[in-house]
Ligand binder design. Structure first.
Ligand SMILES: Nc1ncnc2c1ncn2[C@@H]1O[C@H](COP(=O)(O)OP(=O)(O)OP(=O)(O)O)[C@@H](O)[C@H]1O
Ligand SMILES: [Mg+2]
Length: 329
């Protein structure tokens, strides 16, 4: 029997009155790419910090690579690689110096360092830039270098906290290419957080976290299938009247999200003609789509992830600007 790469049992963390993580349990198998998806403040980083031994759980337990995150801290640390949400490279050193320092901190045998360095730098496409000062790197290059650094000591579990935040779509997709390549090349388990729905699709399984709890956990396909209905979004002359009419005439529960009246029906295309005939409120536009992970999120939490984030948009903007400005620890 193989032990899971990560095992979490009723893990909780409070900061004073704030219950950041309110009791989560899950297992991650060796070799899995496991994603934590949720809006700002959901408790993703707090969970990662407990798994990585950087925060002590208020209660519950977490085992990483078979070791208890509290009583066997050093064993956990030896087995994990970390890429933090905020960047932590030393801008005054070159790429190579950053990796060398990390290898030293982790006690990598010095004879093994040059080959490993070349391997990880080539993987993230930075081998040619190894002598470049990190200060001269773009945000995407720094992120890639951080991933390379997290891999220097051949960890069994790699934790990535929002590895692509604030990056352009092209750089995001190239980082995902490295993650997939990594999964094929090394016997590694990847635990990552994101609030990009499209990225969560690349994970083998995802846990949707909201307000300190896991509200759903499955493969992206299974989660979407569970929604079991098409999403219809309409723009109307009077949204409140449209929501009331949908409830009254069709017994459908609709919500206003991202400026459109949104609801779910089993066969969207067939429903639309009836909608025009019977709604009794002027419709300006209509769109029908298959369920996405955003719909999964909405079906569990009642809001889209973007709407959920609007409340904390200021905090996020601050963080994005921080990353763009070169980061801060
Ligand atoms: N050190 C701390 N002291 C007090 N409260 C904290 C601390 N760290 C986190 N929190 C609170 O715990 C909650 C969860 O925060 P956490 O950073 O885990 O969220 P997150 O899901 O990572 O969000 P984001 O997407 O913004 O990174 C928030 O309400 C946050 O304010
Ligand atoms: Mg976070």
């Amino acid at each position: 029997m193989t032990i899971p790469a990560i095992e979490v049992r009723d893990l909780k963390k409070s900061f004073g009155d704030v219950e950041a993580v309110r009791g989560v349990s899950f297992e991650v198998a060796t070799g899995e790419v496991f994603g934590f998806l949720g809006p700002n403040g959901a408790g993703k980083t707090t969970t990662i910090n407990m798994l990585c031994t950087l925060a002590r759980p208020t209660s519950g337990a977490a085992y990483v690579a078979g070791h208890d995150s509290v009583s066997e801290r050093d064993d956990v640390r030896r087995n994990i690689g970390l890429v933090f949400q905020d960047q932590t490279l030393d801008g005054y050193m070159t790429a190579e110096q950053n990796l060398r320092l990390h290898a030293e901190l982790y006690g990598v045998e010095s004879a093994l360092v040059p080959a490993r360095m070349e391997q990880v730098l080539r993987m993230v496409g930075l081998w040619e830039r190894k002598d470049g000062g990190v200060m001269t790197f773009s945000g995407g290059m720094r992120r890639r270098l951080e991933i390379a650094r997290g891999l220097m000591h051949s960890p069994r579990v790699l934790f990535l906290d929002e590895p692509t935040i604030g990056l352009d779509p092209q750089t995001r997709s190239s980082i995902w290419r490295y993650i997939r390549e990594l999964k094929e090349r090394e016997e590694i388990t990847i635990f990552m957080t994101t609030h990009y729905m499209d990225e969560a699709e690349f994970c083998d399984r995802i846990a949707i976290m909201d307000n300190g709890l896991i509200v759903a956990l499955d493969t992206p396909e299974a989660l979407k299938a569970e929604v079991g209905a098409d999403r219809v979004r309409i723009q109307t002359e009077d949204d409140d009247a449209a929501i009331a009419a949908l409830a009254e005439r069709f017994e459908l529960e609709a919500t206003l999200s991202e400026g459109a009246v949104t609801f779910f029906v089993p066969s969207g295309e067939e429903f639309v003609p009836r909608l025009f005939a019977e709604l009794g409120v002027g419709i300006r536009s209509v769109s029908v789509s298959r369920p996405t992970l955003d719909d999964v999120f909405m079906s569990y939490t009642g809001s889209t992830i973007r709407d959920a984030e609007e409340n904390t948009a200021t905090a996020r903007n601050r963080r994005v600007m921080q990353v763009m400005a070169g980061g801060r620890r």
